[in-house]
Design a protein. Sequence first.
Length: 568
Amino acid sequence: MTTSAELTDGFHLVVDALAANDVDTIYGIVGIPITDLARVAQASGMRYIGFRQETSAGNAAAAAGFLTGRPGVCLTTSGPGFLNGLPALANATTNCFPMIQLSGSSNRALVDLQRGDYQDLDQLNAARPFAKAAFRVDRVEDIGRGVARAIRAAVSGRPGGVYLDIPGAVLGQAIEAPAGAGSVWRVVDPAPRQLPAPEAVDRALEVLGQAHRPLIVLGKGAAYARADDQIREFVQASGIPFLPMSMAKGLLPDSHPQSVAAARSLAIARADAVLLVGARLNWLLGHGESPQWSADAKFLQIDIAASEFDSNQPIAAPLAGDIASVVSALRERLTARPVDVPQEWIDELARRRASNDAKMRDRLAENPHPMRFYNALAAIRSVLHANPDVYVVNEGANALDLARNVIDMELPRHRLDTGTWGVMGIGMGYAIAAAVETGKPVVAIEGDSAFGFSGMEVETICRYHLPVTVVILNNGGVYRGDEKPTGDRPAPTVLNAGARHELIAEAFGGKGYHVTTPEELRAALAAAVASNGPSVIDCALDPAAGVESGHLANLNPTSVATRVNAGA
Ligand code: ADP
């Protein structure tokens, strides 16, 4: 190329385009053809967090998207690296988290004729079913446009995962610097407000006004929407009891008098008008079906994706729009159309809440040896109670189900868990993103099986000296660790009995603790959180603690033939 102007290239333009759109962090793993991209990003002042497996990097990007409201970016190599990122891309899309998987790819001419290039794969088409949108940039001058499209697609409307493919040849392509600078732009208002129709607002208030037992369900879409003040004002002004989905815990404090989290099944079974706020009526809510729900319950739904309405039950009052705008409109019209919540309904819920709270207190006060889930969680709860600004990451079966109920949240967007899919393996990626994006301490409460899916990222946590404490509730198995072997072969649910997971932290320069009593766990966790550094606490539980499939035993088919033939 003969030119008098300064040159730039694809690597620099990707970084410039991301920076122009406020991306300040990239999560990824380097390799052909994107190693220089990470270097250029870092040299420009961007934060680069290098992982040990791409799924965790992608999960970190997705969690960053949820926590910041801006797309988290995950960088992957061609072929297998790209494929490792896909589960996270799919999970981000499923959970409505804005995320961009930016991947290098092999030589297009060789891939398309299937000539056997290094790590060749038709990545764009492979990514499509798992992404909200998928794009490829084929010319260096289109990099700014491609990044703008990816940003817009990730955060506008219902957020999701976006795949952006950039072949290595395009990254390496040079272009005159002024032309390059002119090809990059900042997306204006990437997630525009969407106001509800006034008649939709009045219809909703009319349905709520006629109800005898109204209920508000807050979902993680409400947490994502950052409409904390508007939601609190509407909930309090209406007096309607509310139920948080797990990642909406803390949007209003779990200690709030209108929370009916501790009377969940009664609230669901008896409510006659249910306002869903950023929550889908999917399996997590029993699809809105009876007998879990009252057969004559009317559903109202606030969602930015109008196609969500009627996906499971008739929606008597659809409210299409962004949650902040819709809830503000509801609050404004509430004075003209007040909702009267009957005292009997409030009292009925309060009685159930008090009796369930008492049962929970008794369970937490037990002190069996070896330790079981509730006793360990009681210790964790007391430390977190004293540190309400800690971010909580939670995965496992029993470790998830029980921690969700035992650990109260007081602040919004401080709980990240297995989400819409109930997926295992998000733990370390989410924990790293929470620490990196907020700078606050993070406690990951993990089942020992769940931890195994992303456990190598403890090295990442130690390398960046992140304030992450991983508590492993170790009962030595998937669900539990006491299933009898068949001959000399371990049972399918059994893992290494007595494994000392804390040594993983020590291998990489972190602090390890092994605890066998609630007192030891409380002391170790308090010290670990106070240290502001990386720690792993292996918490030895009774291998017989836990139930198969946690709270989802109803979803788990078991072999009829095995039982019948055994005469059971
Ligand atoms: P949960 O699992 O907590 O019940 P879901 O992930 O099922 O929550 O539902 C979240 C819903 O929130 C999705 O249907 C999504 O379209 C919606 N949503 C996300 N962001 C917004 C927003 N800013 N305004 C309105 N709805 C939103």
